[in-house]
Structures are given as C-alpha cells and as structure tokens.
Design a protein around this ligand. Sequence first.
Ligand code: AMP
Ligand code: MG
Length: 402
Amino acid sequence: MRPFTATISIDEARRRLAEAVRPIDRTETLPITDAAGRVVAVDVLATSHVPPFDRSLMDGYAVIAAATAGATRETPVRLEIVERIYTGQSPTAAIGAGQCAEIATGAPLPVGADAVVMVEESAMDGDSSVRLFTTVAAGQNIGRRGADLSPADVVVRRGDVLNPSRIGALAAIGATAIDVFVKPRVAVTSTGNEIVRPGDPRTPSQIYDVNQFTLGAIVAAHGGVPEIHDAAPDTLVDLEEALDRCADADVILFSGGSSVGERDLMVDLVRQRGQMIFHGIAVKPGKPTLFARIGDAAFFGMPGNPTSCLSNAYILLVPFLRATARLPIEAPRIVRVPLGRRIVSQAGRHQFYTVRLEDGTAMPAFKGSGDITSMSRADGYIEIPADQSTVEEGTTLSVTLF
Ligand code: AMP
Ligand code: MG
C-alpha cells in the first residue's frame, strides 16, 4: 500500500483542470443538417440580402400609400387591380395612379407600390377593382429587402453553438455546409481482472463493467466522441498496451486502479508515461481520482467504484470535456427543498450526497460508493462541506439535479 501523501480540495482540483484544458482546434465541414449542437469554427458573414426583395407581410393589396389617404369604411378608396402576385412570382406591372395589385404574404412588392392594405380592410368591387377601408402609411405591412440580414452581417460567430435558430439563419443565406470544431475523441478503458463486458461469460468472482457505460454516456452527452476499448487486466504491461491503443485520443479515461492498493497501477502508469497533475481529492465519493497529461492527451484515472466514478464524471469531467469541446458551461438545475431525513457525513471531505425527491422533500439515496443504485435511484445531489458532519431533517437544501 502506498497511502495518499496529500489530497487536494475539490476547488483546487477544478482550478488545475481548468488550467489544463486545451480547447479543440481541429475543424471539419458538415452539412447544416448534421451540425445541430456543434460549435461554429469561423464567423460566417451574409453575402446576400435576406429577404432578397421587398415583400408583403400580409395578404392584401399592394398600393401607393398616398392613394389611400382618407380611406375609411364609410369613405372607401376604389382602386383598379392590375394583377395578382402570388409567392414565387415576379410582378410584371408597375403600380400607377389609381391602381393596386392583389398580393400574397411573402410575394415581391411591385414597382411603384410602397405599402400593403390587409385583405380584412377591403372588399372586391367587381372582378378587377377593390374598395379599401383604411389608410396606410408608406412602408406599412412591407418587409424590406435585407431587413433580416444584409451582406457582411454576421450570421453565426466562431464559438456559437448551433441551435435550431442558428441553423435556420445559415439556411436563410443559402448555406449548405458549415465549419465546426471536431468533437474531442475520448478513449474509455475500464481496468481490473474482475471486469467483464455485459454479454460476455464471467466467472463467479467477476462483475460486469459499469464504468465503461456511464463514462461513455457522459462523454456522448457533453460533446465528445467516446471510443470504448476492452477492459485491461491489472498489470502494468497490460495498462501500457491499453494506453497505446488510445494514441489518437484527446482525452483518455481509465477507471479503476487509481487508489493506493498494491494492484492500483495507474500511478505507476502515469509515472512511466506522463506528468501527474493531481492524485487524490478530499471529496466523497471519488477520492482516488488522478489527473495527468500523457503526451498530447489529458488523462483521467477515475475511481473504479461506479458511483465514485460517475460522481466525479459529473463534477470534474463534464466541465473539462465541455471546455475541451468549446461548449458553454451548463448552468446547474437546482431545486430548494427540505431534507426528509437526517444525514451523517464524514467530516474532512467535501461530500456529494445523492438524494431522491419525494413529496417535496429530499430523501437520502446514497448507499455506498460502489453501488451504482446510489445514483440510479437518485434525482440529484446535495453538497455537504468538509467541515460539516450532520445535516438535520427539515434543513432547506439546494439539490442539484442530474
Ligand atoms: P479499484 O478502483 O480498481 O480499486 O476498484 C474499486 C471497486 O470498483 C472494486 O470493487 C471494483 O471491482 C469496482 N470496479 C472497478 N472498475 C469497475 C467497473 N468498470 N465497473 C464496475 N465496477 C468496477
Ligand atoms: Mg481494480
């Protein structure tokens, strides 16, 4: 056994991780249909007007505004209809004195017209003329060419996340493809002689791999591409081979073997191959977590215990991954509720304690660091500071939801 010489605080771990982030620089070009949720790599400027022509914002009549002066229900103005302009059609005639054109929403405004009277303010007068019941001002009910975007306007900026409206803005300028940052490649390897992939045969002393799946799901949900590798047995040689298989990764996640038992070889691996940035955090669960730089990759040695592993994935890995992927920090979703039952916590370590929401109270859900149901049956967690050992029933708490 090689005991932890010193643990660092959760805040110090966060600080070192933030400092170690290397945001992805590689880019790729994607069809806009495949770009939802991706991060824009270059400013995109409009090269044309949106809309490309002055258009009607209403179904109605394109008029010379001055011609409607004094029009009311009692004193309508009568105008001759020179043509009917539907969407997708170009007007063929200019509007002159005493004239108008019937026009559809989105259709191009004819030359001469400078306003539209909505159809509700009109009545046909025979086949080819109309009575208008209201006065319009120049510009009324018209969408000007370029009102949405004009050439050289920024459509999307480098760093913008492509939400549906930004993909829409790209479509509006006729873009079919967009340069985005690639997603970080994140290698995921479980370690331990006892770890077997679900579906594979196992001996009575083996267990199914959980961390591969929780970590894979976290990575995929936060902008990375998980690359899942076979579990590695507990020898340094096997771990080195497993590490060699991660050569292309931006971020490498190993789980297990990060503690201080004789077979906890992660420390030796990092010592051989990289530079340790921290090992051991004063946090519960998840104390045996290490972070290192190995070559160009960031290396996380996550705890083997499934709840410790996933808890630290939420707290430490997610912000790191998002920053690497250039995604914005997610604002935590927090509810304030009273605690339904007293909790006793271990002093000296900042605790992330899982709770279930039941009838407007937070009920303890934490069983043990090794039990995935500590999390799978919880709705979120509360934080209990290192210097606090009990939380009394009835205390109002902030629950951070998963
Ligand atoms: P370790 O960190 O390797 O000492 O493992 C701590 C505990 O977590 C042990 O009980 C392991 O069997 C268990 N464990 C390690 N890795 C996994 C995994 N990928 N899935 C499920 N349990 C694991
Ligand atoms: Mg192990």
